[in-house]
Design a protein around this ligand. Structure first.
Ligand code: URP
Ligand code: ZN
Ligand code: ZN
Length: 462
């Protein structure tokens, strides 16, 4: 079965091209300039006036993740379907090592959750929360099993937190084995003192989640992670970077040529601590870590995306319903489960960045698809419209108007962090490995179509 996507503007990380795209089975077989004769095909999709993009790749999601006494509300089934609605055709989710358990047993557990349940392709990173001899040995086995990125936490003492010594050991192991360490960089030891002081003083509203996690403590932890990575000679990827101080540390390291990379997320580009301060416990909807910052940080983050000191935009999709989940923290912000929904809206929110003049069209594709593919060993199978690549294709209408809302989104969560926000642009068609998944206003995909991706190495390392 061949499909011809005709008359669209193909957007890649390097530019735009008026071209027809031919798909045969699961692969793109040709990208033909529109001045050339039109190829024959069994099925034609007309993309006149639309962009033709490589499918979005969200390398930071948490489907059905146990956290804070509850579990994130999207399953692999609901979460990957919502991703597809928003033009994301690959996710890389986090398997979570519980203390006292092994990495391989953890990986098996996450395979069992995802296998047969996904609408789009998926890979895994591994959260390392228990550094010991077995863990360090099993990092090699994870790499052999297609999982070569290991997230560690300088935050959440008693849960995921690792000491500097443990981080150094894991970094040395990753460096020797071809892995990348991903870091949640916040000084959790200092933060816990500020949290205890706030609760003791009766400052219990959600805004205090933000006020007890100051940007300086993200900047400090980011610098420390960079130093540890330098000593271990380990590639480092800073996740969910939110603060100008942390970005400055990343930029300084990159200027020296160190293998340090960073991502930010739409919530840090569009939302702020003012949202955390919304009355009547509404602020709990915006509790995530690192927290939303004063709006003054946003200009630095957009600039970082332009200069490539921030090279990826992921969502850190970790949804908890307002009712019964966020409400666990009424009267004590430290008990609000940390995380926000977003997997469905990353492509739209970053296209809004193009509309507003923050990013160019190719840069939109680069930070949302091509660089994530290269960073996490999926390129050129994913992340590009080219002959030989998987036919993960999004047809995007840049002129459509939509309003983000929980009433219309497909994520399994009872609120939208962007309720009422007008967006210019909308996904109209999505193909995953050549298979139609979204057709206008209809989901036509199937649960179980999504396959596990055995990922290669980070392609930015020299
Ligand atoms: O608040 C957040 N970010 N929740 C998800 C877990 C993490 O730290 O990424
Ligand atoms: Zn994190
Ligand atoms: Zn996360």
């Amino acid at each position: 079965m061949t499909t011809l996507i005709q008359n669209g503007l193909v957007v890649t990380a390097t530019g735009t091209l008026h071209a027809n795209v031919v798909v045969d089975g699961e692969k793109i077989t040709a990208v033909v300039d529109r001045s050339a004769p039109v190829p024959q095909a069994d099925k034609i999709i007309d993309a006149t006036g639309k962009y033709v993009l490589p499918g979005g790749i969200d390398v930071h999601t948490h489907m059905e993740m146990p956290f804070g006494g509850t579990s994130s509300a999207d399953t692999f089934e609901t979460g990957t379907r919502a991703a597809a609605w928003g033009g994301t055709t690959t996710i890389v989710d986090f398997a979570v090592q519980a203390k006292g358990t092994g990495l391989l047993a953890t990986l098996d557990k996450w395979h069992a959750k995802a296998d047969g349940n996904c609408s789009v392709d998926y890979g895994f990173h591994m959260i390392v929360s228990d550094v010991n001899e077995t863990t360090l040995k099993e990092m090699d086995a994870c790499i052999a099993a297609g999982v070569n990125s290991f997230k560690m936490f300088m935050a959440y003492p008693g849960v995921f937190y690792a000491t500097d010594g443990e981080i150094l050991l894991a970094m040395q192991k990753a460096a020797a084995s071809g892995g990348t360490v991903m870091m949640h960089a916040e000084n959790g030891i200092a933060i816990d003192q500020l949290v205890a002081q706030a609760i003791a003083a009766g400052r219990t509203d959600p805004v205090h989640h933000g006020l007890t996690r100051p940007p300086e403590l993200e900047g400090e932890a980011t610098s420390r992670a960079i130093t540890l990575a330098k000593v271990a000679n380990c590639p480092l990827y800073i996740v969910h970077l939110s603060a100008a101080q942390a970005l400055a540390a990343v930029a300084e390291a990159r200027d020296t040529g160190q293998n340090v990379f960073a991502e930010t997320c739409p919530q840090y580009l569009y939302l702020s601590i003012d949202d955390l301060a919304r009355p009547d416990f509404e602020g709990s909807k915006f509790v995530c870590s690192p927290p939303l910052r004063p709006a003054s940080h946003q200009a630095s983050l957009w600039a970082g995306l332009r200069t490539n000191d921030l090279s990826v935009v992921s969502t850190d999709h970790c949804p908890f319903c307002f009712k019964d989940q966020k409400e666990l923290g009424r009267g004590d912000f430290s008990k609000i489960p940390n995380g926000m929904p977003g997997v469905e809206h990353r492509m739209d929110l970053l296209h809004q960045g193009v509309v507003s003049g923050h990013l160019t069209l190719p840069r939109w594709v680069e930070v949302c698809s091509t660089t994530p593919a290269r960073m996490f060993g999926l390129y050129p199978r994913k992340g590009v419209i080219a002959a030989g690549s998987d036919a993960d294709i999004v047809i995007y209408d840049p002129a459509a108007a939509q309003t983000l809302s929980a009433a219309t989104h497909h994520m399994n969560v009872d609120y939208s962090a962007y309720e009422g926000m007008p967006i210019t642009g909308k996904v109209v068609t999505v193909l995953s490995r050549g298979r139609l998944v979204i057709d206008g206003e209809t989901y036509v995909g199937s649960t179980g179509h999504g396959q596990f991706l055995d990922r290669g190495l980070n392609q930015y390392l020299v």
